[in-house]
Design a protein. Sequence first.
Length: 186
Amino acid sequence: MRHKQRVADILNVNKSMVKIGILSDTHGYIDDRILHHLASCDQVWHAGDVGHIRVIESLNQFDQVQGVYGNIDGTNIRVRWPEHSFFEVDGCKILLIHIAGSAGRYNEKTRNLIQLHSPDILVCGHSHILKVQQDKRFNLLHINPGAAGNKGFHKVRTLILLKLNEGKPSDMKVIELGPRSTQTVD
């Protein structure tokens, strides 16, 4: 048994896996259910409309947090997080922005950022509509995690968990956090 474990360890030395939690549109609301699902993540990405500084403070308990501000966010959020962010995780290039437009039909700012950075993954929010789509036109994975907060027209609060295995997205899961209300849901 010990030999099999050593062989498995040797085979996995060069492989890396990063677990990511992606959320957006919290609108000042963060609860234990959100934090529970993010607890197993190596990184957390928030795609804007944070709504209140306590959301950032709650997320700062995690080691690596990337976030951008959204259209509802005031100066206290905007001084902490940028309008858009480009970063790499294990060789995977990510563009994070709140308002991007729909897959393949991005607004001018987003198109310019895509052309500048050539991201592998674009993460956005704003619409409160959960959507994951391969965008063949721009050769990227478009992710909108829906809305994790309790304000807006969405009926179910959502976030996304995914893994980057050697920089490639895999094992994506949509987490339904319950109805858009402040009531506890079991």
